[in-house]
Design a protein around this ligand. Structure first.
Ligand SMILES: NC(=O)c1ccc[n+]([C@@H]2O[C@H](COP(=O)([O-])OP(=O)(O)OC[C@H]3O[C@@H](n4cnc5c(N)ncnc54)[C@H](O)[C@@H]3O)[C@@H](O)[C@H]2O)c1
Length: 446
């Protein structure tokens, strides 16, 4: 009979791996009042910790370790059985290094799961295993869970619990990051383990976000990729600015002061390619200016390449339906404007038209008879053929199409009534936040 212990804010915890993540987690958890057993096969990690010496260089850590040893709330061992028997919850903080080919080595994670699984075979109480190591999406499901089930002889969710809880600490500010995290994410498998984690995190100011295990695994990689991209972007700006006799720090400081468009959620929703009268033109000019200054711009170059890939992706999705009669909703570069200059929807329509697709287009803001100025000039010089495909009535598009491409939220409600008739709908703007690709509905990147 397995007994559960939750609701008790002081817990018995084991931490597997006394490295940068494990040592900080163990010391902070002990500092929060929990009883913590840190486990590592390496005596050079176990012995110093038990002697009150930090096994890593990290500001403030040694004091926390010494406090934990003094209060007897922290100890280290290499005995897995003792650690699992003496705790309700195990955090796995072992390394997940790169192999020489770049793939992720999950050997330490698998070994830790095997050892914990074997130890919980002999336990009568419900044990939770919480992964903190960085692992690729799907690893919990395909590696950790089956390993634990095989070695424990129990079923996940019934005989033991699991969760994925990515770690975001930064070395050198790890303790401050622990006590003031930017986000706390729990990847959920069973509620009992999530309840224990929620209990443990009551002391923090921010509300943990509970998501699926795969989402939590993906968040960790997306975070790190985002941080790396930000650093390289700032460096590239600095390089161009330096060559032009401008202080790149002054430029980036001002950029970062705009929390509405720059340091914000703006432009961070997966979707279709960018376009319009500014972004492509200005990126081209900046890259050209940098070339003249002999400054390489790999990030800016890749941005243009990535945009082209998104266009190709939309085209391929249409081609994959095997249908020829296309209904395109939206043509301007974004909703609520009639600006067609460098609209990726125009580019998509032209590619489809050029390959013989039979298109009808509806955009509530584009009525050829009402266009003026730069737009009229653009249409006359670039799009004479496309204007003949534009209709002022969405019903004509609905009647004509074997497949819909939705590039503008306008009229999406009316269109959505028709998607359920089985005709493929390719959504470039995510009209419905709850819907992901399946059957005839295809989101471009969801
Ligand atoms: N270092 C960071 O700043 C940081 C931040 C966030 C996430 N992470 C991730 O956290 C994980 C751990 O990183 P780290 O830098 O702490 O690694 P680390 O190499 O410093 O420490 C890993 C420890 O695990 C021990 N270990 C190996 N097998 C074990 C086992 N079976 N049982 C118990 N201990 C075992 C090793 O002896 C070592 O002491 C990695 O997946 C890493 O990507 C690291």
């Amino acid at each position: 009979m397995i007994s559960y212990s939750t609701g008790n804010s002081l817990m018995q915890i084991s931490v597997f791996g006394i490295g940068y993540v494990g040592a900080v987690s163990a010391a902070c958890l002990a500092n929060d009042g929990h009883n913590v057993i840190a486990v590592d096969p390496n005596p050079q990690k176990v012995e110093p910790l038990n002697a009150g010496i930090s096994p890593i260089v990290e500001p403030g850590l040694e004091e926390l370790i010494q406090g934990g040893i003094r209060s007897k709330r922290l100890k280290a061992t290499n005995d897995v059985r003792e650690a699992v028997q003496g705790s309700d919850l195990s955090f796995i903080c072992v390394g997940t290094p790169s192999r020489t080919n770049g793939s992720l080595d999950t050997g330490y994670v698998t070994a830790a799961a095997e050892q914990i699984g074997a130890a919980i075979r002999e336990k009568n109480s419900f044990h939770s295993i919480v992964m903190r190591s960085t692992i690729l999406p799907g690893t919990m499901e395909s590696v950790v869970l089956p390993t634990l089930e095989r070695t424990s002889g129990r079923q996940a969710g019934v005989g033991f619990g699991i969760a994925y809880y990515p770690e975001f600490l930064r070395e050198s500010t790890a303790i401050a990051d622990y006590y003031d995290p930017g986000a706390i994410i729990f990847g959920k498998h069973d509620q009992a383990t999530i309840d224990r984690l929620l209990d443990l995190h009551r002391i923090f100011k921010i509300e943990p976000k509970v998501v699926s295990i795969r989402t939590a695994e993906a968040v960790k990689y997306t975070n790190n990729a985002w941080h790396a991209l930000k650093i390289s972007f700032a460096n590239e700006v600095g390089n161009i600015c330096k060559a032009a006799g401008i202080d790149g720090h002054a430029v980036m400081d001002v950029l970062c002061s705009d929390t509405r468009l720059n340091i914000s959620k703006a432009y961070l929703k997966p979707g279709f390619a960018f376009g319009g009268s500014c972004l492509p033109k200005d990126l081209r000019a900046l890259r050209f200016a940098a070339r003249k200054l002999e400054v390489p711009t790999p990030i800016l170059d890749a941005t243009m390449e990535a945009n082209e890939e998104q266009l190709k992706r939309a085209y391929s999705m249409v081609a994959a339906t095997g249908k020829r009669r296309i209904g395109l909703i939206g043509l301007s570069f974004k909703p609520e404007t009639d600006d067609l200059r460098e609209s990726p929807l125009v580019e998509l329509a032209e590619r489809l038209f050029g390959r013989g697709y039979d298109i009808r287009i509806y955009d509530p803001n584009i009525q050829v008879s009402k266009l003026t100025g730069a737009n009229l000039h653009f249409v006359r010089s670039h799009l004479p053929h496309l204007t003949s495909l534009l209709t002022a009535n969405i019903d004509e598009v609905i009647e004509h199409a074997e497949v819909f491409v939705l590039g503008n939220r306008a009229e999406s409600q009316r269109l959505m009534r028709h998607v359920d008739d089985g005709r493929p709908l390719i959504d470039l703007v995510r009209i419905d936040q709850t819907r992901c690709s399946g059957d005839f509905y295809q989101g471009i990147c969801w």
